[in-house]
Design a protein around this ligand. Structure first.
Ligand code: FAS
Ligand code: PHB
Length: 390
């Protein structure tokens, strides 16, 4: 098979890039090592920045998002027993975020892709990338007991943190920066109305908690838990009790409990690989960076990477210029590090660390108290949360 761009990974990054390339008439194929249903079974992000929504508009995959997504003009920070609303829209000249699950974004992009007859190869085993330092790279994979080859001009590594792309780069050609956090997030989905119409990020001496949602009838909650904790150790009853202990009284009393239908523990890390380009191979999304979900940036960073990479590929094929591709890594990393910093700072401010102690708790509460009472500090938080410009 021959194509212009081989995309590895059918997550949000790969699918969004595929749709933008399709609209520009640039031939491509997407490969993924798992099935479509497996991808749709993953529960991940829930908050979209305006830039991400615009890209989904451009990709022609935002109809359901606009019909069902929940525009949010603020969220609350809960600490020391009280809620403090951050007026995102008021502080950013009217900007807002949209609450809409990543699973639905993925579903919408997949449906758009299938209706356009684009090629996606699922359950592709042993995907391997070759000669990406030369001008004629290719990808091989195994399917149906045979090895297949895809000749291409470029390879987009959209295959997430554990993917093959970044791991194919020689160690002396890549620098990585990492911070692993000594705790995880236990996440729950339940068909119950959310405790509030907006998100609540809670700092509590027992640990962080987050009240989010997927709709006004489906709630998404998280509590910080030990890194070695096990989902089996958490009955629904224990979860609801712990969540309520970490919320202000007004919220704790208003929580609607019910049976969970998804419960999982995710580790938290900050990670960046530099550069994000290696000859004809470009890394985008989680393949290049990971942020703790405290700042709701993971999915949105994948979108801005795709924006820069698509512009570079379009300039190459349409304007016969390599300027965009040559600038890709530097442009993407500038925004990546700003989001990594923001996600790190939110994580440090909101979570209980092994060495936090009584003094550390008071310092976190003092930082939060200053933040919610300073227009300058709240504005800085708000402009990062709604998303810095692309
Ligand atoms: P993805 O990981 O989504 O997709 C990569 C794709 O590549 C996968 O489908 C995988 O099967 C495929 N792949 C991997 N290796 C391959 C190989 N060798 N060959 C072929 N295909 C291969 N972000 C938020 O903003 N908020 C959150 O609450 C949040 N929660 C998260 C919870 C978890 C458990 C995880 C892991 C991430 C979470 N994230 C969250 C971040 C998440 O949303 C990512 O940022 C987002 O999925 C990034 O999309 P992609 O870069 O497309 O990577
Ligand atoms: C979610 O709804 O899954 C979610 C929302 C905001 C975050 C993280 C996760 O910061």
């Amino acid at each position: 098979m021959r194509t212009q761009v081989a995309i590895i990974g059918s997550g949000p990054a790969g699918l969004l890039l595929g749709q933008l390339l399709s609209k520009a008439g640039i031939d491509h194929v997407i490969l993924d090592r798992v099935s479509k249903d497996y991808i749709l079974g993953r529960v991940r992000a829930g908050v979209l920045e305006e830039g991400t929504v615009r890209l989904l508009d451009e990709a022609g995959a935002s109809e359901r998002l606009h019909a069902q997504g929940l525009p949010h003009g603020g969220f609350s920070l809960a600490f020391d027993g009280r809620n403090h609303r951050i007026d995102l829209s008021g502080l950013t000249g009217g900007k807002q975020v949209t609450v809409y699950g990543q699973t639905e974004v993925t579903r919408d992009l997949m449906q758009k892709r299938e209706s356009g007859g684009e090629r996606t190869i699922y359950s592709a085993d042993n995907v391997t990338i070759h000669d990406f330092g030369a001008s004629n790279p290719f990808v091989t994979y195994e399917s149906g007991g045979k090895t297949h080859r895809i000749n291409c001009d470029f390879i987009a590594g959209c295959d997430g943190f554990h993917g093959v792309s970044r791991h194919s780069v020689p160690e002396d050609a890549i620098r990585t920066y990492e911070r692993a956090y000594p705790f995880g997030w236990l996440g729950v989905l339940a068909e119950v109305p959310p405790v509030s119409h907006e998100l609540i990020y809670a700092n509590h001496p027992r640990g962080f908690a987050l009240c989010s949602m997927r709709s006004m009838t489906r709630s998404r909650y998280y509590v910080q838990c030990p890194l070695d904790d096990k989902v089996e150790a958490w009955t629904d009853e224990r979860f609801w009790d712990e969540l309520r202990r970490r919320l202000p009284k007004e919220n704790a009393e208003a929580v609607t409990t019910g049976p969970s239908f998804e419960k999982s523990i995710a580790p938290l890390r900050s990670f960046v690989a530099e550069p994000m380009r290696f000859g004809r191979l470009f890394l985008a999304g989680d393949a290049a960076h990971i942020v703790p979900p405290t700042g709701a940036k993971g999915l949105n960073l994948a979108a801005s990477d795709v924006h820069y990479l698509f512009e570079g590929l379009r300039d190459y094929y349409v304007d016969h210029s390599t300027a965009g591709l040559d600038a890709y890594s530097q442009r993407a990393l500038l925004r990546v590090w700003r989001a990594v910093r923001f996600s790190w700072s939110m994580t440090m401010m909101m979570h209980r660390f092994p060495d936090t102690g009584a003094f550390g708790q008071k310092i976190q509460e003092a930082e939060l108290d200053y933040l919610v009472h300073s227009r300058a500090a709240s504005t800085a938080l708000a402009e990062n949360y709604v998303g810095l410009p692309f």
